[in-house]
Design a binder for this molecule. Structure first.
Ligand SMILES: Cc1ncc(COP(=O)(O)O)c(C=O)c1O
Length: 393
């Protein structure tokens, strides 16, 4: 019996008054409260094992400079081996403040100003900024979408772009917002092109633990286990265990040269260590969070079925991409004839906030919304009721 059963996740948590982005910052920005189905964190309490570890550490009243203990790295490596079958050693990882900071450092370290960096849109908005704000050129290779909302890579487009001089490809694996878990064949095809054209591969694998059965997560690290593979992965316990506000991530690579270059670049940017509470929480999560995570995955699996069912009843013309991964549903509402901006206005009027599709690419996201179902099922149903009214009224 898992004590983190549906009743644990069904119980609403009042996050108001904690300065959280999802509820409080949105309310301050909009001037009134909206049901928040946007930013990718979850309205669930963290595992008790994590809260207890943080409280225990907080009771010691000295919070001086602190290093990541070897036990924390061991707990993380054991988690990867246990849950994903990936074997790495302590010299194949490095601590980060968060995933996006790692991606930004990768762009700065692995490319020169003006270089081309490939992304596949629609994709997580900060990928664009990580490239552009560092003076590099975004090369968009849009994903190809079928009538059922399933996305695939355009390998011909990718090859053309690589031939035209792309230096780095950033992959979102599994993909946010398309909710697709890339298969081994798809990833192997990308990597074969990377080898042929000498392109570095950086994979953001922050959604790795949210792949629903019968699918499975395939890490980019499993494509080539040699020590000169030009592959680096950025990930974190932040999404998996709902710890995003603590801010900690990790880079994983078997390539020693790549790792030392990235570490040197992080140091030169002033990133030298973690913070006490993130280190404590992350270690507890990796060591003792499995029961909570298994309970969460069962709950989210039921939530994705709920979204699909209710959306089909309420808005039969909407197309939800097959939810193979993530707790973020990607919904195509173009059949109803509204722009994303109009959809945002209409949904706000009904008291609910989604992420605008255009956050993931101005063209590929037009007419789409992303719905975060990492919350009690009752909240998700309420949001879908409001979405129906927004579209039909
Ligand atoms: C694909 C992806 N990468 C990175 C992040 C953010 O990670 P972090 O807070 O560790 O920078 C998110 C958050 O939504 C995400 O969806």
């Amino acid at each position: 019996m898992n004590r983190y059963d549906f009743s644990f996740f069904d119980q609403p948590v009042d996050r108001r008054g904690t300065d959280c982005d999802k509820w409080d910052v949105l309310k301050a920005r909009e001037g009134r409260e909206l049901l928040p189905m946007w930013v990718a964190d979850m309205d669930f309490r963290a595992a008790e094992e994590i809260s207890e570890a943080v409280l225990h550490r907080a009771q010691h009243p000295v919070y001086g400079y602190t290093e990541q203990p070897a036990s924390a790295v061991d707990a993380m490596l054991a988690f990867y081996k246990r849950r994903h079958g990936i074997a790495l050693n302590k010299d194949q990882q490095a601590l980060l403040p968060c995933v996006v900071s790692g991606l930004r450092q990768a762009v700065c370290t692995l490319t020169a100003p003006g270089d081309k960096v490939l992304i596949q849109t629609p994709v997580y908005g900060p990928f664009f900024d990580s490239i552009r704000q560092n003076g590099r050129e975004v090369v968009e290779n849009p994903l190809v979408r079928d009538a059922d909302g399933r996305y695939a890579m355009n390998l011909n487009g990718m090859e053309k772009a690589f031939r035209a001089g792309v230096k780095l490809a950033i992959l979102c694996n599994p993909h946010n917002p398309a909710a697709h878990a890339w298969t081994r064949e798809e990833l192997a095809a990308v990597y074969a092109l990377c080898i042929r054209y000498g392109v570095m591969l950086a994979a953001d694998e922050i959604h790795q633990d949210f792949v629903y059965k019968p699918g499975s997560f395939i890490s980019a690290l499993s494509l080539d286990e040699s020590e000169d593979a030009n592959i680096v992965v950025f990930t974190s316990a932040g999404k998996t265990f709902n710890l995003a506000g603590l801010q900690q991530g990790v880079l994983l690579t078997r390539n020693r040269k790549l790792r030392s270059e990235l570490i040197a670049s992080l140091r030169s940017a002033g990133v030298v260590g973690g913070n006490i509470f993130a280190l404590t929480a992350t270690e507890a999560a990796y060591r003792s969070g499995d029961e909570w995570l298994d309970g969460l995955l069962a709950y989210l699996d039921a939530a994705r079925a709920l979204v699909k069912r209710e959306l089909a009843q309420r808005l039969p013309e909407a197309v939800m991409s097959p939810q193979e991964a993530t707790y973020l549903a990607w919904i195509d509402l173009r059949a109803y004839g509204y722009t994303t901006e109009e959809l945002m206005e209409r949904t706000h009027r009904q008291g609910v906030a989604f992420t605008p599709g255009t956050f993931f690419g101005s063209k590929q996201g037009e007419g789409f919304l992303r719905l975060n179902f990492g919350c009690p099922h009752s909240q998700t149903s309420d949001a879908l009721r409001r979405l129906e009214k927004a579209v039909k009224s």
